[in-house]
Design a protein around this ligand. Structure first.
Ligand SMILES: C[S@@+](CC[C@H](N)C(=O)[O-])C[C@H]1O[C@@H](n2cnc3c(N)ncnc32)[C@H](O)[C@@H]1O
Length: 202
């Protein structure tokens, strides 16, 4: 993506309302943590001290900014150019996963969910805050209508992904889930899923 796209992403994702949700989402992550689609590294200041973060993103422009943020982060962060659909990590090797406003943008979400499941240790947590499909049928109808255009304008972002359902379908156990309009803006883009999913023990 262009420098302008990276600049705009960083600007939008720096909104203070998102910062509050980042802090909540990352507060309990511990150990060797996979961060999916780290973008420009807006999460890095919010990690607890007992983590090492492997932060992946396929966009080298975003990753350039993430690398600069990693250098001043309060915890060790390793930015890695990689896609969620092909994670460069061994099976059952990671203690936790984190994703913030990222599952909307991954082209092959089912493959990515399978990859996260493969790379996490049995029983490992996945902390997430994502936007997605709204249960109000009128809003959902518009989310479905607008997604083809929105994807072109917003870096592949889908408005209409049923996040909790997709996680459950991929075999994750949903332990906590809060949904609602948790950030400013129309429900089209602001309908939020915040929670904890877990890879089954066996
Ligand atoms: C809306 S941004 C969110 C960035 C960051 N998570 C944050 O909270 O600021 C979505 C991110 O998903 C990344 N992304 C797109 N396709 C991806 C893929 N296949 N695997 C991993 N990340 C991907 C994009 O490059 C972008 O950085």
């Amino acid at each position: 993506m262009s420098r302008l796209a990276t600049f705009l992403l960083d600007l939008v994702m720096g909104h203070p309302a998102l910062a509050r949700l980042r802090a909540r989402t990352l507060a309990e992550a511990r150990g060797l943590v996979l961060e999916l689609g780290c973008g420009t590294g807006r999460n890095f200041p919010f990690y607890h001290e007992r983590v090492v973060v492997l932060a992946i993103d396929p966009d080298r422009g975003h990753l350039g900014v993430a690398k600069a943020r990693a250098a001043t982060a309060p915890v060790p962060v390793v930015p890695i150019a990689a896609s969620a659909e092909a994670l460069p990590f061994a099976d059952s090797s990671l203690d936790a996963a984190v994703s913030t406003w990222c599952l909307c943008s991954i082209p092959d979400l089912d493959r990515a969910l399978g990859e996260v499941r493969r790379a996490l240790k049995p029983g490992a947590p996945w902390w997430f805050v994502e936007h997605g499909l709204c249960p109000d049928p009128r809003v959902a109808r518009w989310q479905r209508r607008l997604t083809p255009l929105w994807r072109q304008l917003a870096g592949g972002c889908h408005l209409d992904r049923p996040i909790a359902e997709r996680l459950a379908r991929a075999g994750f156990r949903l332990e906590r889930l809060e949904t609602g309009k948790l950030v400013p803006g129309p429900r089209l883009a602001a309908w939020t899923y915040l929670g904890l999913a877990r890879k089954p023990e066996a």
